[in-house]
Design a protein around this ligand. Structure first.
Ligand code: BG6
Length: 491
């Protein structure tokens, strides 16, 4: 990895504290960062370097998966941090920042490679990118990269406008759009799982797969994010990005040999999946989309309020806290295989998983007893645990002729506790764009989602209430029942 400087906008914010500093620390401990390390934190607050370092240390103690134990290593890590007060719109502040970057580069002998990480609200992306450009913060002698967090736009139009603005200052190859679901270890291992196991690869199409189910359920409600969440809902907060990214990752078929072509193969294949999605129309959205909102109920034994009684939410809010959808990929591999997606707040449990349900062949059906008719499944679990499990039919001895499901856990599928942000920050520093959202994917996702937004706006999809602590509205079960399927693991 080349030596570089990491310039972090939003250094006093919540994401930095909870995710970015712990990820950097764990990468540092694992010797995965280029040394000497240089991190320049930026924020509006008037902090000294010392106050900044104390805050970083505090965040490690509170949020890192491995608490700092070795004092010497901790001090060596903190020594990399410097702070600079910055008003996002003020030119002089960027000049001051440039001086500090150059000073640290000189002092530490670093190459002028600079990664600008925007851990700030999307309303600031455009200004910051323009200021970076106008003030010459990227050096001609090194690389420059921009890392940004979601949301990337509020709808198709605003996403396009934002992309145009950013592309004045940064080329697509320099923009790393974080979708933290792509950093999840199980998602990152999917490609390797297929390459290493031709047997699994051979199963991966409409010849063998009956349906695919992607679930991201959460037990938390809107929490303190009413101002943000009530304007975006589950469709923008989770579906347009995380859920569609999971769909792309599970549906792609990579060639046996991935060429080291300039254009990243994975992105090309993901784009192909998005282009093959059966488009949705505003007028028919209600047939394939379930829009839900939680009402009061009880989550894991604790009574909780309904969405419209949450602080900061108006009693009339029609915002969606749940969405389920049936999607169809019209290519020769997936034609006829429904992909079901659902995500929601205040559901029964916190669970993120992909279930691939295999077809039951006629001979197989004939050979198994009536009550043993459970299809085989491949389960990719991302939360609460991590793992890849195959569920087969195991013949029982007593009574003979019956079968019960046996589960085979793939050892490589088990996670080592590494967090998504560790993978993603490491990749961005290395310049590997594989697990970041390419603009084409973002644009195609918004294109697919836009008719849902329009249909919601015009109230063409009924809002279904579901009890907090449940698996979502009954209509979401009916969506699968129409095809003769049901959601797995709902009890
Ligand atoms: C975020 C959403 O992107 O993902 C949150 O804004 C959501 O609303 C979170 O809670 C879920 O992430 P994870 O990794 O806990 O499944």
């Amino acid at each position: 990895m080349d030596s570089h400087t990491l310039v972090l906008f939003g250094a006093t914010g919540d994401l930095a504290k909870r995710k970015i500093y712990p990820a950097l620390f764990n990468l540092f401990i694992d010797r995965k960062l280029a040394l000497p390390l240089s991190v320049i934190g930026l924020g509006r607050r008037e902090w000294s370097d010392e106050t900044f370092k104390k805050n970083v240390e505090q965040s490690l103690r509170e949020f890192s998966r491995r608490a700092p134990q070795d004092e010497e290593a901790l001090q060596a890590f903190l020594e990399a941090f410097r702070y600079c007060t910055l008003d996002i719109g003020k030119k002089e502040d960027y000049q001051k920042l440039l001086k500090l970057i150059e000073h640290r580069e000189g002092e530490l002998g670093l190459e002028p490679n600079r990664l600008f990480y925007l851990s700030v609200g999307p309303e600031y992306f455009e200004t910051i990118a323009a200021q970076i450009q106008d003030n010459g913060l990227g050096s001609d002698e090194g690389w420059k990269r921009l890392v940004i967090e979601k949301p990337f736009g509020h709808d198709l139009k605003s996403a396009r406008v934002l992309n145009e603005k950013l592309s004045v200052a940064f080329a697509e190859s320099e923009i790393f759009r974080i979708d933290h679901y792509l950093g999840k270890p199980v998602v990152q291992k999917l490609e390797a799982l297929h390459q290493a196991n031709p047997e699994i690869k051979a199963l991966w199409s409409n010849r063998k797969v009956a349906n695919v189910q992607i679930t991201a359920s959460e037990t938390v409600g809107v929490e303190e994010r009413a101002g943000y969440y009530d304007h975006v809902g589950a469709v923008r907060d989770m579906f347009q990005n995380h859920m569609l990214q999971l769909l792309m990752m599970v549906a792609i078929h990579l060639p046996d040999k991935v060429s080291a072509d300039e254009v990243n193969e994975v992105h090309l294949h993901k784009k192909r999946v998005m282009k093959s999605l059966e488009p949705l129309h505003k007028h028919s959205a209600a047939a394939g989309i379930i829009r839900g909102q939680y009402k009061e109920g009880s989550v894991q034994g604790k009574p909780v309020a309904g969405y419209t009684s949450e602080p900061g939410i108006t009693p009339e809010s029609m915002n969606d806290t749940f969405i389920a959808a049936r999607l169809q990929i019209n290519d020769s591999d997936w034609e006829g295989v429904p992909f079901y997606i659902r995500t929601g707040k205040r559901m029964m449990d916190k669970s993120t998983r992909i279930v691939v349900e295999f077809k039951e062949e006629a001979a197989q059906l004939a050979a198994t007893a009536e009550k043993s008719k459970a299809p085989n499944l491949l389960v990719l679990e991302m939360s609460p645990g991590e793992g890849i499990t195959l569920q087969f039919k195991g013949p029982t001895f007593e009574p003979a002729g019956e079968f019960s499901p046996i589960q085979v856990e793939l050892p490589e599928g088990r996670g080592d506790g590494r967090e998504a942000y560790e993978n993603l920050i490491h990749d961005a520093l290395q310049g590997d764009p594989t697990f970041f959202a390419h603009w084409d994917e973002v644009e195609l996702s918004w294109e697919w989602v836009q008719p849902i937004l329009d249909a919601y706006e015009e109230n063409m999809v009924p809002l279904q209430l579901y009890a907090a602590g449940s698996c979502g509205p009954a209509e979401s079960d009916a969506l699968l029942a129409k095809d003769g399927f049901h959601w797995w693991f709902d009890d």
